[in-house]
Design a protein around this ligand. Sequence first.
Ligand code: GDP
Length: 489
Amino acid sequence: MAPSFSDIVEETRLSLRSLIEYGENLLNPTVRLGVTGLSRAGKTVFITALVHGLLRGGRFPVFESLATGRIARARLEPQPDDAVPRFAYEKHVRTLIDERQWPSSTVDISELRLVIDYQRQNAATRSLTLDLVDYPGEWLLDLPLLKKSYEQWSAESLALSRREPRARLAREWHAHLVRLDPDGREDEQATLTAAKLFTEYLRACRDERFAMSLLPPGRFLMPGSLAGSPALTFSPLDVPQDGSAPSGSLWAMMRRRYEAYKDVVVRPFFRDHFTRLDRQIVLVDALAAFNAGPEALKDLEGALSGILDCFNIGRSTFVSSLFRPRIDRILFAATKADHLHRSSHDRLEAILRRMVERAAAKAEFAGAAVDVIALAAVRATREAVVQQGREKLPSILGTPEVNETSNGQIFDGETEAATFPGDLPDNLDELFTGKAPFRGLTTATSEHADFRFLRFRPPLLSRAAGEEPALPHIRLDRALQFLVGDKLQ
Ligand code: GDP
């Protein structure tokens, strides 16, 4: 595609910005760490636990600079971007520790600046500025829209929505589409209804029972300040891929809004935020996909390859070079590993590794260094051995959230319960084909109850007088070592 004048102006502006940031970086080393993942993957909990651990000094034996005492102190400072909301760290940490509730999840981009004073290996003192940028992974999955016409996107979205389990969730939306005449006059009410039903279909797909991952446009489920605007009020239509919309038609109106979505939502995000990240962690709730079954897993793998595509934008087209990322390390992390027994953590990691490798092959990914980890940013459970009959079974103990299960068992939100964690098969294909379905959590009395979606409350922490307690975790220190360890040498 030939560059337009505005592309050239934009490219020059961005080059200038990179140069300024490069100069600042020499004086004051800064790492912009992106934290992303699909909805409820664990972004908010991860950032809260990481910052708490750095400010307070967590138990991080594998995070070398902290473990060897080279970090003198860490502190929060005002963030550099005035137009981005601040990550509500103080509120989240109090909710987690004092109220023993999980903080409210990410719905928009936010940012937090942390400055770490440390001693270099050669004993000189220095500061590293760590800018944490939290944003929904759904936004990354919007990137392919830039290359697609409205007609192409419509055809692909409709084809996907005709496959099970999506088809049964799309029934009402499909029924509405049949009644629409794309060539007929533009009609705001019909468009509002189509957008509403389309969004409801996307929301139903995201429900934990189906746990679908590929649900663009990302802002339909997380509209933020754009809720109700025309750029978010459109839907795919059943129109020919190579056709053109008659002027003044419903089709032309949908198409215009789809293009507006790309202009006001997708491009600015990649240009203003994504291209400025140096490192990235992608959180993945793999257990949720295992629980929901093979379709959810295939969808998750598709989403992972879509995410890898974003880190792989080459120089192939001029426009894409505007969005070229500078990220040199990406960590994929399977979260909530505290729902499994310790003996399964390596297997969870191995399964995610194979999924990422397969997704990377699809995305023809070659770029940043990639690693994979299984972690729990906040460990809500303990391990124990439970005697059942003659057998001694490894179990995990935690306080389930207030809940009545399908077999009438009531959890009061205060009492601990012993659960048996599910086993993960060695063979990824067995999960993908459903040959070895993952059973998730079970209890001694849960023969007929569905425990797959049981949530534990955050841990009860013992507090020495006047001292801020440390949050227990699994492998959070290893994640930190990979993400910033080399910058603290
Ligand atoms: P976000 O949408 O990516 O910001 O997700 P959150 O960080 O809000 O996490 C969503 C939910 O996952 C939380 O409310 C918790 O129920 C659960 N969760 C997240 N991290 C952990 C963890 O480390 N351990 C456990 N047990 N649950 C977690």
